[in-house]
Design a protein around this ligand. Structure first.
Ligand code: PBG
Length: 336
């Protein structure tokens, strides 16, 4: 008691002294948010000069490859380090085997090539998962009982990751949550000579209801058979399991791990960073984006301040970077 009071007792200690002026607040600030922390998810569609609004994600547009390439140049100029690409394919390209996922000339693969051509310094992250390509909207292959089979799915994911790397993807990011996929993908990348292709593992990905607007955006919501992804994504009640997942993925060859969703899961970000001490990313997902936008549109929250505060909170929790639909706007705010 006397120990803590010795240093801390009022009026010797007045914590408001350091808060009184801007210069001293800046001097003692523990975390900073910068453009270097931001990754922008992008939705890509077929066609030319084509844009489509996403109803549940105000301000987010799906873009055809040519418009995507143009946008990439702007993002590179803004100082955003990387984008995460999500293809939105026509229902006719969906099948039970998800074979369009690893088409060397598929939408994602073409988009990667165009992006790297237009903005070579902008990192390109691809989504490794089958949900845009399966007729049932699940992330893996389904057996007769409706169960998502693990090992057969991993074989397709490996082909998909290889096709992304061959197209020039800098980072492949498996978001499917199958067991063993990181090791299988790493081994295949090594075998094909893609030794510097990075793997960002969606390691602690929860079976969350916050993904709803994203499933609208990629057109997998309407057809999501079974509704739930709980047989492969993590139970929101768990935390030790997140450490287990991340540790395994690192052991299998992931270069960085991700926690997803973001704001409701900052306790997981903090644990992963403290216990594993590796590059740790977090995804402020579509539902979090939609919630914010609704409040902004109604004038209930102040847009710019809340965007920056929400992203700073990720940094304070230990995230090295954040996937966020606010990335472009946040970068503009941080620059300006
Ligand atoms: C699926 C995938 C999802 C997201 C990224 N990849 C949705 C899901 O698992 O159903 C969610 C992103 C978001 O909500 O913003 N492979």
């Amino acid at each position: 008691m006397s120990q803590s009071l010795g240093r801390g007792a009022y009026p010797n200690t007045r914590l408001r002294r350091l808060r009184a002026q801007d210069f001293s607040r800046r001097l003692v600030r523990e975390t900073q948010l910068s453009c270097d922390d931001l990754i922008l998810p992008l939705f890509v569609i077929e066609g030319r000069n084509e844009t489509q609004k996403v109803a549940s994600m105000p301000g987010v547009e799906r873009l055809s490859v040519d418009l995507l390439a143009r946008k990439a140049k702007l993002l590179q100029q803004l100082g955003i380090p990387a984008v995460a690409l999500f293809p939105v394919v026509d229902p006719s390209a969906k099948s039970d085997s998800a074979s369009a996922a690893h088409d060397a000339d598929g939408l994602a693969q073409r988009a990667v090539r165009e992006l790297k051509d237009a903005a070579p310094e902008l990192g390109v992250i691809t989504d490794v998962a089958l949900d845009p390509f399966t007729s049932h909207g699940q992330d893996g292959l389904m057996d007769h009982s409706g169960y998502i089979v693990n090992d057969e799915t991993v074989e397709v994911l490996v082909q998909q990751a290889l096709s992304h790397a061959a197209a020039g993807a800098d980072i492949v990011a498996p978001s499917d949550m199958m067991d063993g996929r990181i090791g299988a993908i790493r081994q295949a990348l090594e075998g094909a000579g893609h030794t510097n292709t990075l793997i960002m593992s969606y390691a602690a990905k929860y079976a969350s209801a916050y993904y709803g607007p994203f499933r609208d955006a990629v057109g997998s919501a309407g057809n999501l058979k079974g509704g739930s992804k709980a047989s492969y994504q993590m139970d929101p009640a768990n935390t030790d399991e997140a450490i287990h997942e991340c540790a395994l993925d690192l052991q299998e060859g992931a270069d960085m791990v991700m926690v997803k969703p973001g704001m409701p899961y900052l306790d997981i970000v903090r644990r992963v960073k403290d216990e594993l001490r590796v590059p740790t990313f977090a995804y402020q997902v579509s539902g979090e984006y939609a919630m914010h936008c609704t409040a902004f549109e109604n004038g209930w929250l102040q847009r710019e301040a809340v965007i920056l505060e929400s992203l700073l909170a990720f940094k304070r929790a230990g995230a090295d970077g954040i996937l966020t639909y606010f990335a472009e706007e946040a970068a503009q705010l941080l620059q300006g």
